[in-house]
Design a protein around this ligand. Structure first.
Ligand code: C2E
Ligand code: CA
Ligand code: CA
Ligand code: CA
Length: 424
């Protein structure tokens, strides 16, 4: 095939699958369905453009096809998702060998004109008739397994397991509980101090949400924020976090320090939401006689790779409102310092995976030092996350890091407790 449209589409794939399932019933053989999703394709597509993106997809389809046998089917469901049907499976490790071969081939660089691009893939695998007897269930399982592969860190394959199904059911239940959580006041905002390393002063804190589930107890934001995003509930939750943050920062500005700042987190979806603006926030802050600088919005660096204007518009809106911006989890993603210059960011938060490995003369130490020097040259202040030991604090201070945050100073605590902590 020369163009993407020559690959079997969804309908052809479903016909083929039904046919293969019938055949497998007749000769009692087994088939496998693979869902393949390219990791990081969107970044390539956004950076190099659709045409190069399509070239990559065509090449990816070729590479996948080269890994399978004649009797197998490779189809494209749309976007950067491919499916494969492997028929008449014999040896147990046959599926794994093919899946691994696909992963290996997709890891090779893609030549796109003058540029080279790298992607990887996440593959979900489900077996017929073992995992399900029905086409819809089979596809659902392959999809769940693919998300499990992504969740486990990408560039890997994952089999469907009944545990995955339990997890999916669990997510559905939690999502429906989440709908009532705001109304029943099950959320609490915790605060963790951000400490000035030179003086030990605490004039900043990060707001971290907690969900106190009536049956399950505290549910981690790492678990429920993705559900809130997927269901759209993130918008109301984010508004609640903002109003609580504003209420507390007003108090701390009056009673603790006139320039107290509270940082709040915005997930990528929340930040990029169309049609939103910070006008409402600004008006609310004004009604509390608070300047924009009372707040810092923490976003993750992956957002800055988005070449669309949505992200830079949102950043400009923040700038107009006087609200500051921190780049969270720095060092875990693409870490391109050039983005920092382009986007006018106020704080850089070094991820705790760096802080954890800090030791004199270690490579993480050298990297942290370099990051701090560059950040300062670009006019950013640096906050190190996950400071747990006095040694880490001292190394960071020696490297010129401005602020530290972590269990060494205090764990996140409920707002009233933090209020008392500030007064000690
Ligand atoms: P994050 O923004 O990277 O927040 C820092 C996380 O590190 C927090 O986890 C905090 O409790 C934890 N932490 C702080 N100091 C230490 C330390 O010394 N050692 C270790 N091991 N961990 C430390 P938490 O509160 O569970 O939050 C997890 C993530 O959930 C946050 O990561 C943030 O991405 C997200 N999140 C939290 N609150 C909100 C919110 O209101 N809105 C949104 N959109 N996301 C939120
Ligand atoms: Ca993808
Ligand atoms: Ca954060
Ligand atoms: Ca972080």
């Amino acid at each position: 095939f020369d163009t993407l449209t020559q690959l079997p589409n969804r309908r052809m794939f479903l016909d083929r699958l039904a046919h293969d399932m019938l055949k497998s019933q007749r000769d009692r053989s087994r088939i496998a369905v693979l869902f393949i999703d390219l990791d990081h394709f969107k970044e390539v597509n956004d950076t190099l453009g659709h045409q190069q993106g399509d070239v990559l997809l065509i090449d990816a389809a070729r590479r996948i096809s080269a890994c399978v046998r004649k009797s197998d089917t490779v189809a494209r469901l749309g976007g950067d998702e491919f499916t494969v049907i492997l028929t008449e499976l014999e040896a147990a490790d046959q599926v794994e060998r093919i899946a691994q071969a696909i992963l290996d081939r997709l890891r090779q660089p893609f030549d796109l004109g003058p540029e080279q691009a790298f992607v990887s893939a996440s593959i979900g695998i489900t077996l017929y008739p073992d995992d399900a007897l029905d086409i819809d269930d089979l596809l659902k399982h392959a999809d769940q397994a693919m998300y499990a592969a992504k969740g486990a860190g990408r560039n890997r394959y994952s089999y469907f397991t009944p545990t995955l199904q339990v997890a999916a059911l669990n997510r559905m239940r939690l999502t429906s509980d989440l709908r009532g959580a705001l109304k029943s006041q099950q959320f609490a905002l915790y605060f963790q101090p951000i400490v000035h390393l030179g003086s030990g002063a605490i004039h900043k804190a990060e707001a971290l949400i907690r969900w106190n589930h009536p049956q399950r107890g505290l549910v981690s934001p790492l678990e429920f924020i993705p559900l809130a995003e997927a269901s759209g509930l993130i918008v109301d939750i984010g508004e609640w976090v903002f109003h609580e943050s504003a209420r507390w920062v007003q108090r701390w500005r009056q009673q603790v320090h006139s320039e107290f700042q509270v940082s709040l987190n915005q997930s990528p979806l929340e930040f990029q939401r169309e049609g939103s603006s910070y006008q409402g926030w600004l008006a609310h802050l004004q009604s509390l006689a608070l300047p924009g600088q009372s707040l810092v919005v923490e976003i993750t660096e992956g957002l800055l790779l988005d070449a669309s204007s949505a992200v830079s518009n949102r950043l400009l809106q923040l700038r107009d409102a006087g609200i500051q911006v921190a780049l969270d989890d720095f060092g875990t993603g693409y870490s391109s310092l050039s983005y920092l210059k382009k986007f006018d960011i106020d704080y850089l938060k070094i991820d705790r995976s760096f802080t954890r490995n800090l030791a004199p003369d270690s490579s993480d130490m050298a990297l942290s030092e370099a990051i701090i020097v560059m950040a300062h040259k670009l006019g950013l202040k640096v906050i190190a996350e996950g400071v747990e030991t006095p040694e880490q604090r001292d190394l960071l201070a020696a490297a010129g890091c401005d602020y530290g945050q972590g269990y060494l100073f205090a764990k996140p605590m409920p707002a009233d407790q933090f209020d008392a902590f500030l007064r000690d």
